[in-house]
Design a protein. Structure first.
Length: 151
């Protein structure tokens, strides 16, 4: 299924994109680290705030990625792909309010649903062969990092 290796640059950039999620989880779990982060970076860049804000941005970014995949399709497939590609951004917009717990749970659900959309585009040959290997890894890491924010 995943016979094509992930290009090194895509893997490294993808993993770098997990850093704000990991930092958010670390500062949510460690009060001393959170205190240092607040004093050094500001309250917006620690704990649930960074994970939630950044998560909404990444879901919107992934809508753009899926839109690019949809552009490779034709006819009804393209129209369906364009419609599906906006779901992650709309999900982030409509479902990440209402407090950190609800927002984190909504983001977790959004990233898991995004994985299903990734699979759909990949199965149609619109995404690179290595796409699902990368997306499974990154989604797993992101969900694990959002769990401490949710609970």
């Amino acid at each position: 299924m995943f016979d094509t290796p992930i290009p090194r640059s895509a893997l490294l950039l993808g993993l770098a994109g997990v850093i704000p999620f990991a930092w958010g989880a670390a500062t949510a779990l460690n009060p001393e680290l959170q205190g240092w982060g607040v004093r050094t970076l500001g309250a917006r860049f620690v704990g649930p705030y960074i994970g939630l804000f950044y998560g909404a941005i990444i879901l919107a970014f992934m809508s753009g990625v899926l839109w690019g995949f949809a552009a490779r399709a034709e006819g009804r497939g393209a129209a369906t792909g364009y419609a599906l590609s906006v779901i992650p951004a709309l999900w982030a917009f409509f479902f990440t309010g209402g407090g950190p717990t609800g927002a984190a749970i909504s983001l977790i659900a959004g990233f898991l649903a995004l994985l299903a959309l990734d699979f759909l585009f990949w199965a149609q040959g619109l995404a690179p062969r290595w796409w699902m290997a990368l997306r499974l890894l990154l989604t797993s890491l992101v969900v694990v990092c959002l769990i401490p924010v949710a609970w």
